[in-house]
Write a protein that binds this ligand. Structure first.
Ligand SMILES: C[S@@+](CC[C@H](N)C(=O)[O-])C[C@H]1O[C@@H](n2cnc3c(N)ncnc32)[C@H](O)[C@@H]1O
Length: 203
């Protein structure tokens, strides 16, 4: 069972969406992840939202002109995504088993984004497998973008995956670190408790 399922019981879609709606109403920019991705690949590029949840990031990317696919394990999160954007492709799948062919989806994504602590919320022990699955669906030179907390202040669960571990999983999957930031608005990483990492597949 994923740490997210353990934490939420698989019923948190409505509450999660409401939390972000309240933040947006309060004037907070809730589209930082989509803006960050849109600076890396041009509109029209194929983007996989890995652990898409309620579709918060992917719906914005689709509005910006990206060709998106969303996958998640939590039906309550996907219910919200489907209600908000029924025209977009959403799939209920475990990232550890992700095989686009089985879903009838073409591989060859220009960018894979895992936003919102997806990596630390996976099923324990599956992190390397998930990174390998995501790397396998990138085009040559494609990008894996992941933002996640590293300490208790930035996570809803006890800290799990470290940056050296994540980088090692990426290296084993043939990905090279190209950039690391402290925030989605590209503040340079300074060793703090949250990191946004960009890894690239071999050309
Ligand atoms: C905190 S939510 C983030 C959702 C979305 N990316 C966002 O930024 O709003 C973490 C998501 O990771 C998903 N997740 C965790 N483990 C997963 C797995 N093994 N396969 C697919 N999704 C998973 C959860 O179901 C949950 O929707």
């Amino acid at each position: 069972m994923s740490r997210w399922q353990e934490l939420t019981g698989g019923t948190s879609g409505g509450e999660y969406a409401a939390r972000f709606e309240a933040l947006a109403r309060g004037g907070k920019d809730v589209h930082g992840e989509a803006a960050f991705c849109s600076a890396l690949v041009p509109a029209g590029a194929r983007v996989l939202d890995a652990g898409c949840g309620t579709g918060r990031v992917m719906i914005r990317l689709a509005e910006l002109g990206y060709d998106c696919v969303g996958i998640d394990l939590d039906a309550s999160m996907l219910d919200v995504a489907r209600a908000q954007a029924p025209q977009l492709p959403w799939f209920e799948t475990d990232l550890a088993d992700f095989d686009p062919a089985r879903l009838g989806v073409a591989a060859g994504f220009d960018l894979v984004v895992a936003a919102g602590n997806v990596l630390p919320l996976l099923t324990p022990g599956t992190e390397a497998t998930v990174v390998a699955r995501l790397a396998a669906v990138l085009v040559p030179g494609g990008l894996l973008v992941a933002g996640f907390g590293l300490d208790a202040a930035h996570l809803p669960v006890p800290p799990t995956i470290t940056l050296p571990e994540y980088d090692a999983h990426c290296a084993a999957a043939g990905l090279t670190l190209v950039d690391r930031f402290a925030t989605w608005d590209a503040v340079p990483y300074d060793g703090g408790g949250y990191a946004v990492s960009v890894h690239r597949a071999a050309p």
